[in-house]
Ligand binder design. Structure first.
Ligand SMILES: [Zn+2]
Length: 190
């Protein structure tokens, strides 16, 4: 019997939660009084990509909060049942209508302030056509020196674009982490 069948059923009934520290644990969780189900809340995984085409970088302008109207690389929440690369390609297609080939994992950023792990890939367009999806106001290719740095949506977009430049044309690199001095716990200063 596989491990998942040993877990209490979490969908068959309405749980009767209370906050308690489960035995052997070190923090409070929501635990069901009736069946013992523990409602673990864990960090979310964000998947995305710095996508280039003939040296220019694909950015999308956000149509939804947070940071509506600001530019970002295509990225979003990983879904169940997909790999990180599949998730990144899906997000690029949803937000920019683009098809990509991923060649490397560029970076893994930790943002403990909002309990996110961001897995950002490096990719190129496999077809030159793209168009903004419903969560985007615009999708555009920018030469590196045209990137609207003051209008980027999140600190980690800056990080990813800078890390992309550091390994442009190189295949032999390890994924980057957070830049020195930024542990992802401070509020961004927009
Ligand atoms: Zn229950």
């Amino acid at each position: 019997m596989s491990e998942e069948f040993d877990l209490p059923d979490d969908r068959g009934h309405c749980h009767d939660f209370h906050l308690t520290v489960p035995e052997g644990d070190d923090r409070e969780r929501r635990v069901c009084r009736a069946c013992g189900f523990v409602d673990y809340v864990n960090p979310k995984i964000i998947v995305g990509a710095v996508v280039s085409h003939e040296g220019r970088i694909l950015l999308v302008r956000r149509a939804i909060p947070p940071r509506t109207g600001f530019w970002t690389i295509p990225a979003g929440y990983m879904e169940e049942g997909e790999s990180v690369a599949e998730g990144a390609a899906r997000e690029v297609h949803e937000e920019a209508g683009a098809h990509i080939a991923i060649d490397a994992l560029l970076a893994v950023y930790s943002i403990p302030r909002i309990s996110q792990v961001q897995m950002i890939h490096r990719a190129i367009l496999t077809r030159p056509d793209f168009a903004p999806g419903i969560e985007s106001l615009e999708a555009r290719l920018f030469a590196y020196d045209e990137i609207p740095w003051a209008d980027l949506a999140f600190p980690s977009v800056h990080w990813a674009l800078r890390d992309w430049l550091r390994v442009q044309g190189r295949a032999d690199f390890a994924p980057f982490g957070n830049p020195p001095g930024d542990d992802g716990r401070r509020l961004p200063s927009f």
